[in-house]
Design a protein around this ligand. Structure first.
Ligand code: FA5
Length: 354
């Protein structure tokens, strides 16, 4: 537009108004049409932009009168364009969604639920029963000194009992992979004064031939109670109740004299085979019984190592094989199944089963 007179400006403004009527942004069919409208009026060479630019050619009085009018029109037009743009974009998004294969009404995919390993579940169950009987949880290291694994348990160097548990030795420093959880008994007694009642669940290691009921790495739950006047009868009553809670009220148990240097008297405790109800099968090696644990009255020599007065205190201890418990409770005939990490096996044992 060449330099303006008021008359020219008025006529250009009138034209603009009528052009705007026929190019309502609200009627723009799509984003392209809307952009055309914007460029036509508000682009660098748009008619409203030009008009505003040329205002400067008018006298001040008229600029003051016409400027705000034209600015207000520009503001209103910008708002209308922005509103229509938002509307068209929402419509475009909805159309894209409905065209895609995403069906929001379909049920969601649930991530696969993890579950505790059957041995972890079994340890928890054993700990739950024993905690109701007043035992609290204690732990110790998997790699032990010979002192805790043997010596303080009344098994001196060169004692033949060391051969009963085929030990994995570490050379430098000279340590052992603990062969039983009994090592934790000593640590627990060292760190607290009697009376005490603890369990120590955990992994143990033996250099043994692996078969259906023996593993080189397995788990035990140790129990230890020290108090005044504890006798073998307390041990029997505690274990009988514990095993009945673990395997059911009709469970048969038998106590066979045995030998452990750290208990005197000692017993091996067997549970009636639940696979064959005692009639004899391959799991119980036709005996009708499955060896479950070792136990006994704490040997006074052990108390001397931890500075407990054997005249004042007595106690009982037991060590039970977790795999054997889990096999009997869950009907598993081969201990190796626990360690093969086969999901078809493991996924059968939902936490809620136990
Ligand atoms: C011991 O380990 C003693 N510390 C138990 C003990 C504790 C006695 C406190 C007295 C006082 P034993 O070696 O018998 O004992 O093992 C205990 C239990 O662990 C066995 O009854 C059996 O259930 C389990 N067990 C032993 N060896 C294996 C193995 N190779 N694989 C799986 N379970 C085993």
């Amino acid at each position: 537009m060449a330099s303006l007179t008021r008359k020219n400006w008025d006529s250009a403004y009138a034209k603009l108004k009528s052009a705007l009527k026929s190019a309502d942004p609200a009627q723009a069919a799509d984003l392209d049409a809307l952009e055309k409208i914007r460029l036509r009026f508000l682009g660098r060479k748009g008619s409203l932009t030009e008009l505003l630019k040329n205002l400067k050619d008018l006298p001040l009085k008229e600029r003051r009168e016409l400027g705000p009018q034209a600015q207000a029109r520009r503001g209103a037009l910008e708002e209308k364009i922005a509103a229509r743009k938002a509307q068209l974009e929402t419509q475009a998004d909805a159309a894209a969604l409905s065209e895609s294969s995403l069906d929001l009404t379909l049920p969601a995919f649930m991530p696969a639920r993890g579950r505790l390993h059957p041995l972890t579940q079994t340890i928890s169950e054993m700990a739950k029963i024993l905690s109701l009987m007043g035992f609290s949880w204690a732990e110790g290291p998997l790699v032990e000194s010979e002192y805790y694994n043997f010596e303080a348990l009344n098994i001196p160097a060169h004692h033949p009992a060391r051969d009963l548990q085929d030990t994995f030795y570490l050379e430098d420093p000279p340590l052992v992979m603990r062969t039983h959880t009994s090592a934790v008994q000593i640590r627990a007694m060292e760190s607290s004064r009697p009376p005490l009642r603890i369990i120590c669940p955990g992994r143990v290691f033996r250099n043994e031939e692996v078969d259906a009921t023996h593993s080189a790495v397995f788990h035990q739950v140790e129990g230890l109670a020290v108090d005044k006047n504890i006798t073998f009868a307390d041990l029997k009553g505690t274990l009988d109740l514990f095993l009945k809670r673990l395997f059911g009220p009709d469970t048969r148990t038998r106590f066979i004299p045995s030998y452990f240097p750290f208990t005197e008297p000692s017993a091996q405790v067997d549970v009636g085979c639940l696979f064959c109800s005692g009639s004899g099968c391959s799991v119980c090696k036709q005996s009708g019984w499955i060896e479950m644990l070792g136990a006994g009255v704490v040997n006074p020599n052990v108390f001397k190592f931890v500075n407990y007065d054997p005249e004042a205190w007595s106690g009982f201890a037991f060590g039970i094989g977790v795999e054997r418990v889990a096999m009997l409770r869950l009907g598993i005939k081969d201990i190796r199944d626990f360690y093969e990490n086969d999901m078809r096996f493991l996924s059968q044992f939902d936490e809620s089963l136990i």
